[in-house]
Structures are given as structure tokens and as C-alpha cells.
Design a protein around this ligand. Sequence first.
Ligand code: PLP
Length: 409
Amino acid sequence: MDASGPTGQPDRRGAREPERETMAVRGGRRHNAGSLATPLWATSVFEQGSLEEMRKLGARPRPERFYSRYANPTVTAFEDAVAELEGAEAALAFASGMGAVFATVFGLCSRGSHVVAQQQMYGGTLQLLRGVCPRMGIDVTFVDATRPGAFAEAVEPGRTTLVLAETPANPCLDLVDLDELAGLQGPITAVDATFATPLGLRPLEHGVSLSIHSATKAMAGHNDATLGVVSGERDLVDWLWGFATVQGATPSPFDALNGLRGLRTLGVRLRQQTETALALAAALEAHPRVANVRHPGLASHPQHELARRQLRVTGGLVSFDLGGYGAACAFVDALRLCRLAPSLGGPETLITHPASTSHAGLGPEELAEAGISVGTVRLSAGLEATADVLADVLGAVDAAAGLEDGAES
Ligand SMILES: *Cc1c(COP(=O)(O)O)cnc(C)c1O
């Protein structure tokens, strides 16, 4: 595009790339046909004009207006918006975050492949890597991703197909240095950046091959869609598309619509959630009954320097340790505003207990490796007023502490 304005002077607007919050409002409009909001293409199939047209479309990758397991215009709109936000050539949506993770692992690996993965990850991903992969003849080595050089030591040249990371990691918000990850020679690198959202982190900018998200969380952002997405270079994403069409974890157009609608407001939501999380993390850290408060924006985070360098927004998640299962139960019982539910990134402040939900499938040693104890609670800040969330959480911590003291005396 010509970068000069109507006066012939250089137009400063032309030289400037919009901020990601602006991209999120603007993107994915190719299929709108004049409608400002994205139309819902609630169809599983498209009528073809001739046998010849049908034959040509069916032979092409990601054919538009053919069959919705292959592509659907509402889903494509969501994918276009995500690709732009990620700075990627292409994105591919799935029926869930796990659908996206599964396609990444099984679309790229075969019997005999070696995967290097971090030990601090979402419970479903760990179950896939620890349970399903070995059964399919895929060998997985787990590393402590917070230790510099850990990935490089575990990669076996010529054998390692994939390196899979997650940052900030569920649930204790450990971080992975993406410049180090991208510097690995040989394997494809993939990062689950669900907690950061593309507004907080763009893994591809660091040179990582694939960025994965559970869009069920902050992207869709209203607890009304189950959705996943993978972004990267077009050839690689097209390859995953070939796998995805037979995997069948195809997103519903309605969920993709909610995903795209969520992206429009992601910027303001993330700002509010981050503000609450930071205030809460600071208050909990000062509380004598709470241990191991984790949030990437806290100066006490073991990788705070990396957080400052790598994360544009530190996000709405906080994890902390109440000291035991009894204290965690008493805390949850005393909450009035926050809800108990195993998700994150939505309008309601949600509390989960990783040891009995997302990571319930893990044994005691594996839990310890992931940095989780029976007293660990994870909080996802919602959109309520910060003061109300603070009052509810601190009040419940006090109530739980009072109960425990009462039980002791
Ligand atoms: C929730 C989550 C997933 C799985 O996503 P679903 O949409 O529930 O399948 C994967 N990774 C992370 C980090 C998550 O939080």
C-alpha cells in the first residue's frame, strides 16, 4: 500500500502497525459480506455447481464452502483473526484445546518418535503424554522447563520430533524462555500459550514453530464455548489440517462465533483481570496464612525477570498454597462471590483445586513435579470490581484460618 497521505506527505498512519487490542477488534471480517458482526454459517455442507467444481474443491487443502469438517466460513473468520493476532501465516481451529494439542502431537509424531515435554503442564496434556503416547509407541522425556538448558539436554538429534512447552504453565505459572526454546536445532517446537493469550505472548515472534491455545478460556472468554486453535507457517498448519480432517475434532461454527466475539473484547477484559490478579497477589503475599503466592507480575516470582522480558500482560491467574486440603475446603466454603469451577479467563472469578480437578489423574510424585500440593488453589480473576474480589478472597482466607485455629484449640 502507498504510505503517503492525501497531501503527498508521508502518512504516519501507514507506517504504524496497530496494537494487538486493535487487531482483535478488526480481524476476521473476510466472510462478513457487509455484516458488521460475523454471520453464523450453521451448515455442515455446501451445494456444488457442477461435478467438476466439486472434484476440484475436494482435492484442495482447506476448501471453502465444501464440507464443514474441512472448513466453514464462521470458523475461518475466527482462524483469520487469530492468525493475525499471532503474527502467523495461518491458524487452524479445533473442537477444544485438547483437540489442538492432540493434533499437534499425533499429526507430527509416529511410532518411534521422541517428544520432549515440560513436566509443568495442563493435566489433560500430561495425561496424553504420559498415558496415550507410550501406548502408541511415542517416547516422551519430561524436563523442568524453568531450568535453563533443560530442553536442549533432552533433545536427541535425529530422533526428537517435537518439543512441547506451556507458558505460563498451569497451574503454578512457571515460565519458559521462548528464545531458548526456539533456538533448539532439529525438532518442531510448540507452545501452549493459553494463559497468556496472543495479547500477552506471541510465541511465533520468538521463532517457535507452533502456538497452541485453548480458546475455551480467555479468548472466547464467557464460559460458553469449547474451542482450540493452532497457529504457525502455512505448510505446517495445512499438514495439521490434513490430520484434523480425519481426527474429526472439528469446531462447531457456533463456538467459533463465540470465540471471535470474545476476541473483540479480549483487550479490556485482560486488562481488568490483570489489575485484579496483581492486587490480589500482593494482598495474599502479605497474608501470614498463605504460602507460595504465584503470579508472573510479582517481584517474588522466581522468573520475574523473564516475565518482564517476555510477557506483555501478566494475566488474570494467581495460585497460592493454603497449607492443606482441609484449609482449601474451608476457604472454598467461605467464598461468597467467587465460584468453584475448573476453567479460567471468563467474567466470573473462578477457583479450582488442581490436585482434585485438572491434575487429578497424576500420582503424588507427578503432582510434586508439577509444583502442586493438596493446599494449592488456583484463582482466575473475573470482571467483578477488584475491591469485591479482594474482600471475598481475603475474607475467606481469614475464615478458613479461624476455623483451623478453632479446631486446634
Ligand atoms: C484448558 C486448557 C487446555 C485444554 O483445553 P480444552 O479447551 O479444555 O480442551 C489446554 N491447555 C491449557 C493451558 C488449558 O488451560
